[in-house]
Write a protein that binds this ligand. Structure first.
Ligand code: SF4
Ligand code: SF4
Length: 239
């Protein structure tokens, strides 16, 4: 009888601690399993990796480069460092850039107190913003019966795009444009309320880390998001 194939185990160090990883496991997954905090905004368990926010960069012994933990896979003998003054500075700079790229005014945001961007800024000690604010003129789409898209709060993490395509299989959401001019769009850039593909499932709203996607009728601070269903739905898709 053929012996079932076994996944190979890799042994490596994260922050000086010996850890064991399954083959094909990312440094981010491994760190989370071992209680090591690495910040991220675009990663979400149950969605494909996008590697776009660059907050999860880590150092690797023997290299001057920084590596995104979500897209770097554990390998035998690796020595990974997730905490250094250089990494902290780098992550704070990325957060600053996210805050200056759009118009994030937390005090008047419906997600105030339940926002991952706000949480990370506090956790990583972002006490001031030195980069110039771009103050772009961006719109709010309130055409959907149930939900609102406020482009002022969008950080282009693309969680909404991935959940809509990979889990809901509607593919309503996409990205148009590049760099600071990139925008999340519905279908061929129509109003969300006119979408013929949107099933109004609300998955995009629940995975959005900020106040960019919210439910109508919620007051500030009420807009809590739930994501515990995501890994289960992904498993069901795979079966
Ligand atoms: S409500 Fe559902 S179908 Fe509509 S855009 Fe969001 S995830 Fe896609
Ligand atoms: S709308 Fe929300 S989930 Fe979608 S890209 Fe913007 S911040 Fe991310």
């Amino acid at each position: 009888m053929k012996r079932p194939s076994q996944s190979r185990i890799k042994t490596l160090k994260i922050d000086g601690v010996d850890v064991a990883a399954r083959e094909h496991e990312s440094i981010l997954q491994l760190a989370q399993e071992n209680g090591i905090f690495i910040p991220t905004l675009c990663h979400l368990d149950g969605l494909s990796e996008y590697g776009g926010c660059r907050l999860c960069m880590v150092e690797m012994k023997g290299s001057n480069r920084l590596y995104p933990a979500c897209m770097t896979y554990a390998d035998e003998g690796m020595e990974v460092n997730t905490k250094s003054e250089r990494l902290l500075e780098y992550r704070r700079m990325i957060l600053e850039m996210l805050f200056t790229e759009r118009n994030h005014v937390c005090s008047v945001c419906v997600s105030n107190g339940h926002c991952e961007l706000q949480f990370l800024a506090a956790k990583l000690g972002m006490t001031r913003v030195e980069l110039p604010y771009l103050n772009p003129s961006v719109s709010v789409d309130a055409s959907h019966d149930l939900f609102i898209m406020d482009h002022n709060r969008c950080i282009l993490c693309q969680r909404c795009v991935r959940v809509c395509g990979e889990i809901e299989w509607a593919s309503t959401k996409g990205v148009m444009g590049r760099g600071v001019n990139a925008r999340i769009i519905n279908d061929l850039n129509g109003d969300w309320g006119d979408s013929t593909t949107c099933t109004s499932c609300g998955k995009c709203v629940n995975v959005c880390p900020t106040g960019a996607l919210v439910q109508k009728g919620k007051s500030a601070g009420e807009m809590e998001k739930r994501r515990d269903w995501l890994p289960y739905l992904k498993l069901m898709h795979e079966e």
